[in-house]
Design a protein around this ligand. Structure first.
Ligand code: BTN
Length: 255
């Protein structure tokens, strides 16, 4: 069972996680915050031990064993005009990656757009959702799925899943990891309010696929080319022959 006191004692943020909701079971932490009206403060974070309708990217389900992992969502409401949502999702994956490296000395890698890998296996995924009022963003919800102590993964996966416990061969404290992710995420968001150059550079440095030949599923289409770079909006620039294509969303298949 998640110990809120142990989490709170290591939380160093001003906003993220300060309003903390803990629940044993929910449909999806993202859906819960998406449906909320004005009642929650900027930075509200909801963690659930189990999601019975956990959502992944591209309309896929996200399964996570009860009480083993971190499945949580963070609500951002303030100063949204300062941010590009694509950058926020890159920042979220960078925060998870940095936190895992700092706490457990495990080498991580980022896979576009926002997966975190350890030993080429997926340890975390991010799902960003938002609502708008007219032309301006009203709220952004960043859902984090981090495989922490689960060691058996049943089903078919595009990328093999793993967990921190599986890689370290020992049980991990979820409370400390959650506070570290929120501390790091807030720090990155604060830096980003002054500009996103550092974020993009840090992200690129951890994405070892840049420069490699890849295949990517974009909707029903399979494309292949060189993963040339990410652009200023965080979109993938794919070099196909002599042409450059921008990819907004997709699944990188092969390295
Ligand atoms: C992915 O497909 O890689 C993204 C997975 C995101 C899963 C998290 S778990 C917490 C939050 N609530 C959801 O329903 N999904 C996100």
């Amino acid at each position: 069972m998640f110990n809120i006191e142990n989490f709170d004692i290591k939380l160093e943020t001003e906003n993220l996680g300060r309003n903390f909701i803990y629940t044993e079971e929910i449909s999806s932490t993202n859906s819960y915050l998406m449906k909320s009206n004005d009642e929650f403060l900027h930075g509200t974070t909801i963690l659930s031990e189990f999601q019975n309708q956990g959502k992944g990217r591209i309309n896929r389900p996200w399964f996570s064993e009860k009480g083993q992992n971190l499945t949580f969502s963070v609500l951002l409401k303030n100063d949204l005009e300062k941010y590009n949502p694509n950058h926020i999702s890159l920042a979220a994956s960078l925060a998870v990656s940095n936190s895992i490296e700092n706490l457990f000395q495990l080498k991580t890698e980022l896979k576009w757009p926002n997966d975190v890998l350890v030993n080429s296996k997926k340890v975390s995924g991010i799902l960003l959702e938002s609502t708008s009022m007219g032309s301006s963003l009203e709220k952004i919800i960043i859902g984090f799925g981090v495989n922490v102590n689960q060691t058996k993964f049943i089903g078919e996966f595009k990328i093999r899943p793993t967990s921190i416990k599986f890689e370290l061969r020992k049980e991990v404290t979820r409370e400390r990891l959650l506070s570290e992710i929120l501390n790091t995420f807030e720090e990155i968001l604060n830096e980003m309010s002054k500009g996103s150059k550092k974020l993009l550079d840090d992200w690129r440095e951890k994405c070892r696929m840049i420069g490699e030949h890849i295949m990517i599923n974009v909707g029903d289409e399979k494309k292949s080319g060189i993963f040339y770079d990410i652009d200023a909006n965080g979109l993938m620039i794919l070099k196909v022959g002599e042409d450059f294509e921008k990819i907004k969303n997709g699944d990188v298949l092969v390295r």
